[in-house]
Design a protein around this ligand. Structure first.
Ligand code: PAF
Length: 278
């Protein structure tokens, strides 16, 4: 497994590949868990070589304390990547990516950025768009893999690729869950024992909402979920929405579009998100 921190070295290595070699790419912010490994395994199956980036992107954090507290576990990340036979790892510094101008480009994602996470995390998606576009320019992958846990992020990246005509196929991968249903996330490590025990309630509620969607209206389900969380002293609901998968606009009436339920919850100080296809 090759590890490069410099843009030039990664580019040279990728350029030196034989013509026709397919490159799969998994961008990450490190603190790798089984969810990331499942993306890498899928990328391995579908491409000749797999590149993983590890970069904690400063421009997508709207709270400085979240950036400071973000887990940095490079040694164990590299051993995990070796264990799944990753071919190339890109670990740039912020200076390498942004020179001395750590700022986001401003994007128009046709309104996707104003829904759900966009209401609570100012500038977050400009930061994500900026780094993913930059990484795509550096790595020039044929396919790139993103988890559906961040479904809004996935749709925004697809939009960015389409609007900028970037020649990469963006692939959304199923959410990887703990045995008790909690969606895997680097943030789970930071939950207290009490909050970790309470957190599976999030997915349990999403599953029940999916069942209720058969017979109840979207508004009734939103009310029901809000009430359910009132009885959970350790979990604070930030939002629950049922939205169209393409536009991410909340739906009022059931329609023929594909719908998905989205949720964000505070478990103590840790903010967790999840979603389910309805
Ligand atoms: O989902 C993430 O880990 C990040 O948002 C990403 C896509 C690696 C960009 O920094």
């Amino acid at each position: 497994m090759l590890v490069f921190a410099k843009i030039k070295s990664v580019q040279q290595k990728i350029k030196s590949l034989k013509k026709g070699t397919s490159v799969g790419f998994v961008p990450t912010m490190g603190a790798l868990h089984k969810g990331h490994l499942s993306l890498i395994e899928q990328a391995k199956r579908e491409n000749d070589i797999v590149v993983v980036s590890i970069f904690v992107n400063p421009t997508q954090f709207n709270k400085k304390e979240d950036l400071v507290n973000y887990p940095k576990t490079i040694d164990s990340d590299l051993s995990l990547l070796k264990s799944v036979y990753c071919d190339l790892v890109f670990t740039p510094t912020a200076e390498e990516i942004y020179s001395n101008n750590i700022q986001s480009q401003l994007f128009n994602f046709d309104g996707l950025e104003h829904q759900m996470e966009g209401k609570f995390r100012d500038g977050h998606f400009d930061g994500v768009g900026t780094i993913v576009k930059r990484l795509f320019e550096i790595v020039t992958p044929h396919k790139a893999y993103f988890g559906e846990k961040d479904f809004q992020q996935l749709q925004i990246i697809k939009k960015m690729v389409q609007k900028n005509q970037i020649p990469v196929k963006v692939i959304g991968c199923d959410i990887f869950r703990e045995n008790d249903g909690l969606a895997m996330s680097s943030r789970n490590e930071r939950l207290t024992k009490e909050h970790r025990n309470a957190a599976p309630f999030i997915y349990k509620t999403l599953k029940q909402a999916k069942i209720e969607f058969g017979t109840k209206s979207a508004l009734e389900i939103v009310d029901w979920v809000e009430n359910e969380f009132k009885n959970q002293p350790l979990l604070e609901l930030e939002y629950f929405e049922i939205a169209d998968e393409e536009t991410l606009q909340p739906i009022k009436n059931k329609n023929s579009a594909k719908n998905r339920a989205f949720i964000a919850v505070f478990a103590g100080k840790i903010r967790l998100i999840d979603n389910i296809s309805l």
